[in-house]
Structure formats: structure tokens, C-alpha cells
Ligand binder design. Structure first.
Ligand code: SF4
Length: 370
């Protein structure tokens, strides 16, 4: 067991990398009581205090140890775009010079933050802008929770973040431990205290991790479905070749068993002439018969060199009506932040291009350097 008088370690510990359990274990290892974890969480997340010296209910020696060995390091906003509808998109600089996107969507009575879990993504979904960047690395717990921390600080108290969706760059279930630790932190009463119904993890269908998630973290589940036959889903969401629809739906049913009154949300991007026919809608109705579901239809947001076009409004409405008539609650995602248009993953590309050309982010209009 280490004492708080120990000499400084060479590596600084970022305390945002710990959830409450991890932090309690950290303090116990230092010879401290586990309740130090709740004290520290309150200082950081509720009081907004980042200077250990100001944490007056910690002993002097512990404060000195934390100052010497620990840090509270968050990502840094390097680009902010604010749309006329209030949507904000940020590019945040994380460690090692990497960048991620985080988006805030204000709506009547709630504010949703879309959080990234990886730098890039390895899963190569053909309709996805992030996929074009390939995979760089997993985000750490501090880089995931840090997006919420930084966003809430930036928004101030008049714009509360009430919901979080792990739907930004990356596949969260391929960064399982860090994503789960960050979601546990989001729901902790001593941090943001978000309800488990208001934290949603979105997966493209990493089936073994879905079963694991059901066991260890009680959050809402969204599945990026996008096709109702293995043949088409193999093309749109290639991880389907490894975990085909039958296995995916079984994992969804398993999740529904834990919280029977909760529904699984199925995301379905609307691609003109690809997956938007009456036959596709009928296939979807059949597929979802045994899972308590709702469907979110997403009008495709084209990006440079994408091979797809968005379905027409008529096709989307026809699709929605067919699902609704079959008793499946179906919504069409509103296009938000159109005047700062960028499909997920595109802003990071813009910042990269600018920095390559040694251009500074311009502090002009609704786009400003932070
Ligand atoms: S849709 Fe999600 S899982 Fe698929 S490539 Fe994009 S970020 Fe990765």
C-alpha cells in the first residue's frame, strides 16, 4: 500500500480516467478511505474546482500528493460552430494531437450531447463519413467524459445537458472498458447524475460486447441497423459479415429482457433506391416483431465522394407510415444545424486541412476559435 508521502511518480495520473469505483480503489491504494472518491468527484464535477489546494476537506498531505502526481486534464475545444437553430458542433483536441467531434442539440425541455468514443473508426460502414478516416485509436475514459465536462462548462448553467448519446465518431463497444467507465460516470449522482434512460449507447452490432454490456451497464441501447437482409447489411455495415442479423436480433432480445419496458432504438439511414422500398419496410416490420422497438429514420447527409443519395421526402414518409401502421413507433430525425452543415466526421477533416495549410481557425461569425 502506498503512502501519500511517496515521492512523485514520473507519470501524471489523470483523475478523469476513473469512475467512482476506480477512484475509491485508487485512494485505498494510497492508504486513504474510499469515501475520498465521492469528495473528489463532487469537487471536480459539481463545484468545478480543478485546483487540488482548494479541496479543503482533503488533508494537506493528500492535497500535496494530488498536486504532485495527478491532473484533471480535459480535451480542448479548437473549433466551434453554432447553427441558427442553436445546434453546436465542436472539434476537440485530445491527447497526441488527435481530434474528435462533439455535438450539442438543444430541444424543447432537453439538451442532447452526441459524444465520440474513438478517433476514426475501423468498421468501414459505407454510408459513413467517419469511416473514410480509418481507425486511429480508442479514446481514454477522460477523453470521453471530458467531452461532456468541457461541453457543459462551455454551455453554462442556462443550457443543461440532459441526455447523452454515444453516437459520435467510433464504435463505443469496441472501446468497451473506457466507454462503460465514462457512462457510469455520467450517471453517477456525484457527477452529472444523468438517468440511465437518458444515456444511450449506439452500436453497429458488436454482438459479444452487447451481451457484456447488458450485464454490466444499464443504459439505453440503439442499434445501427440500416438494412433488413444480410446481403445488403454486409455491404452497408460490414461487421454484419461477422455478426449477422439473426445473432444481432438475439442480442437485442437479450438486452430487452433486462429492462422489458424499455425499447431498443433502431437507427435506419434512408438511402435512395438502396434500402427505402416498401419491401424493405415490410422486412423491417417482420424483423422487429420480437423485440420491443422504436425506429429512428435518418435522412442521409451526403459527404464528398459518398456513393449514396438521400431518399426523397415522399419515400421517407411512405416508409414511416408503413412502420407506424404496423404499430412500430417511428420518428424521422430532424436535420439539425444545416447552416453549419457537416456530416459526422467532416469537421475534423476540415480542421486537419486547415492546419495542414497553416491556417488559423477564424474567429468570425458563428464559427470561432475557442
Ligand atoms: S457508422 Fe459508426 S460504426 Fe460504422 S463506420 Fe461510422 S462510426 Fe464506425
Amino acid at each position: 500500500m502506498k503512502s501519500v508521502q511517496e515521492p512523485a511518480k514520473t507519470q501524471t495520473i489523470n483523475l478523469l480516467d476513473f469512475d467512482r469505483e476506480g477512484l475509491a480503489a485508487f485512494f485505498v491504494e494510497l492508504g486513504e478511505k474510499p469515501f475520498r472518491a465521492t469528495q473528489l468527484l463532487k469537487w471536480i464535477y459539481q463545484e468545478g474546482v480543478e485546483d487540488f489546494d482548494l479541496m479543503t476537506n482533503l488533508s494537506k498531505s493528500l492535497r500535496a500528493y494530488l498536486t504532485e502526481n495527478c491532473t484533471i486534464a480535459t480535451p480542448e475545444i479548437v473549433l466551434e460552430k453554432i447553427a441558427t437553430d442553436g445546434t453546436r458542433k465542436w472539434v476537440m483536441q485530445t491527447g497526441c494531437g488527435n481530434r474528435v467531434e462533439t455535438v450539442f442539440i438543444p430541444e424543447e425541455g432537453r439538451g442532447t450531447l452526441c459524444v465520440s468514443s474513438q478517433i476514426g473508426c475501423a468498421l468501414a460502414c459505407t454510408f459513413c463519413s467517419t469511416a473514410q478516416q480509418g481507425f486511429n485509436r480508442n479514446l481514454t475514459t477522460s477523453e470521453i467524459i471530458g467531452q461532456l465536462f468541457v461541453a457543459q462548462k462551455r454551455l453554462g448553467s442556462e443550457n443543461r445537458i440532459t441526455n447523452v448519446v454515444m453516437m459520435g465518431m467510433g464504435e463505443p463497444l469496441l472501446n468497451f472498458d473506457n466507454a462503460v467507465a465514462a457512462m457510469n460516470l455520467m450517471m453517477d449522482d456525484f457527477t452529472f447524475g444523468l438517468s440511465k434512460r437518458r444515456v444511450t449507447v449506439s452500436t453497429s452490432g458488436v454482438v459479444p460486447a452487447m451481451y457484456r454490456l447488458t450485464q454490466v451497464c444499464d443504459v439505453s441501447l440503439a442499434v445501427s441497423l440500416h438494412a433488413v437482409t444480410d446481403e445488403l447489411r454486409d455491404e452497408l455495415v460490414p461487421i454484419n459479415k461477422k455478426y449477422p442479423l439473426k445473432e444481432l436480433m438475439e442480442a437485442c432480445r437479450d438486452n430487452a429482457k433486462i429492462a422489458p419496458r424499455r425499447t431498443v432504438t433502431f437507427e435506419y439511414v434512408m438511402l435512395d433506391g438502396v434500402n427505402d422500398s416498401t419491401q424493405d419496410a415490410q422486412g423491417l416490420i417482420k424483423l422487429l416483431k420480437t423485440v420491443p422497438s422504436k425506429v429512428n429514420l435518418i435522412p442521409f447527409n451526403p459527404f464528398p465522394n459518398s456513393a449514396y443519395r438521400c431518399s426523397s421526402k415522399e419515400a421517407i414518409n411512405r416508409f414511416k407510415t408503413l412502420l407506424n401502421d404496423a404499430g412500430i413507433v417511428t420518428t424521422v430525425r430532424k436535420t439539425r444545424g444545416e447552416d453549419i452543415d457537416a456530416a459526422c466526421g467532416q469537421l475534423v477533416g476540415q480542421v486537419k486541412d486547415k492546419s495542414r495549410r497553416h491556417l488559423k481557425v477564424q474567429a468570425a461569425g458563428s464559427e470561432r476559435a475557442a
